[in-house]
Design a protein around this ligand. Structure first.
Ligand SMILES: *Cc1c(COP(=O)(O)O)cnc(C)c1O
Length: 389
């Protein structure tokens, strides 16, 4: 059994040593000036990553909690909502809205296919006055990046006052998501994805339009009440006891991200995505998302070779080499595995994984040309070509 566990999951993701060290600092008063300073630095840093001037709330919860917070703060039971579903996380967002009494219409595309501006435009042409549209930025279950920069304007043109609520839990910090420019109302993200932190914190940006909706929204809310969070944030605090240690880590993580820079962060994720995709193709493996422009920058979904159980592949990869990759979710589970490459990863991580994948497939009896995946990935490190859109 390999002892060194190398997680390559779409969350949780590895944490830099500096972040891990910060997590072990002693507790301080979460109602004192020292913590207020940390909260303010973290908020500013996360807003930078969000490319937003909207209010940015940090919640002690997982990504799903932040999704729930988006629903309960701006909607009332009976509100008409359109859920754009391209995978399991899109379904989850719709389910949360339905759980709290929203009237949810679902527009679902086949798994592995993106939500296109055309299908959204067609749906909205039916003329229903949706109070909100739910959208997944990066659909982790199918490793798909939805073209939100094209979808959001279509929604806004058809329904100028509708709320656009975005699950960007795994996408934020991996590819551009200019929240203000796209006029997105609530965008949620999670610490254990591109933020290079352990799980436990999640974020929500709240637009002026969302605050207007908040004032009228009737769904039950308490722990996740955005108004309470905003009032306390003005004092550098949170309504309830926060995960103080994770705030220590977040302050370090946002500094590291800012030192790298927005554009380099996005380019790095794109490069890692290209390497893994090229590697898989080099081995003759099929990708869940075939078109590069819709390929997630956070995670890559790959079909196991015909007739091979992906869970056997994953177990062998871990026991021989320590690499921990994710299985599929929902209907794709029997066929695929997913390689996470969001957050604290570099090119060497991908080369190592692909070399181990080659050896694993060979050990399982596949006719693999040694070096095929690694060579294809290395080719991607040569001056990059632009992705056509
Ligand atoms: C990880 C993830 C979530 C949140 O999951 P939690 O386990 O609650 O943190 C939500 N949406 C997407 C797209 C995700 O990748």
């Amino acid at each position: 059994m390999a002892e060194h566990m190398r997680i390559m999951l779409p969350g949780p993701t590895p944490c830099p040593d500096e972040v891990l060290k910060a997590l072990s600092r002693p507790m301080i008063n979460h109602r004192g000036p020292e913590f207020a300073q940390i909260v303010n630095a973290c908020t500013a840093g996360v807003k930078w990553l969000y490319q937003t001037t909207h209010d940015l709330l940090t919640l002690t919860t997982s990504g799903t909690g932040a999704m729930e917070s988006a629903i309960v703060n701006v909607l009332s039971p009976g509100d008409k909502v359109l859920a754009l579903v391209s995978g399991e996380f899109g379904k989850r967002f719709a389910t949360i809205a339905r759980t709290y009494g929203a009237e949810v219409d679902v527009l679902e595309v086949p798994y592995g296919s993106p939500i296109t501006p055309e299908v959204v435009s067609q749906k909205l042409a039916e003329g229903k006055p949706y109070h909100a549209v739910l959208l997944t930025h990066n659909e982790t279950s199918t490793a798909l990046l939805n073209p939100i920069d094209l979808i959001a304007p279509v929604i806004r043109r058809a329904l100028p006052d509708t709320l656009i609520l975005v699950d960007a839990v795994s996408g934020l910090g991996t590819s551009p998501l200019p929240v203000d420019e796209l006029d997105l109302d609530v965008v949620v993200a999670g610490a254990q994805k591109a933020f290079m932190l352990p799980p436990g914190l999640a974020f929500a940006s709240v637009s002026p339009r969302a605050w207007e909706a908040y004032a009228k929204a009737k769904m039950p809310r308490f722990y996740f009440d955005y108004g309470k969070a905003r009032d306390m944030l003005a004092k550098g605090q949170t309504p309830w006891t926060p995960a103080i240690s994770l705030f220590y880590g977040l302050e370090v993580a946002v500094r590291l991200l800012q030192e790298e820079g927005l554009d380099p962060i996005f380019k790095r994720h794109e490069r890692l995505m290209r390497m893994v995709r090229a590697g898989a193709r080099g081995l003759g493996l099929k990708l869940v998302v075939e078109e590069d422009r819709y390929a997630s920058r956070a995670v890559t979904g790959i079909y196991a070779p015909e007739g091979m159980d992906p869970s056997v592949l994953r177990k062998t990869l871990q026991s021989r080499f320590g690499y921990v990759v994710a299985g599929g979710q929902g209907p794709l589970t029997p066929y695929i595995f997913r390689v996470g490459h969001l957050g604290y990863y570099d090119e060497a991580d991908m080369l190592g994984l692909l070399a181990a994948l080659e050896a694993t497939l060979a050990a399982l009896g596949e006719d693999i040309k040694p070096g095929a995946a690694v060579a294809a990935a290395q080719a991607e490190l040569m001056p990059t070509k632009a992705i056509a859109r």
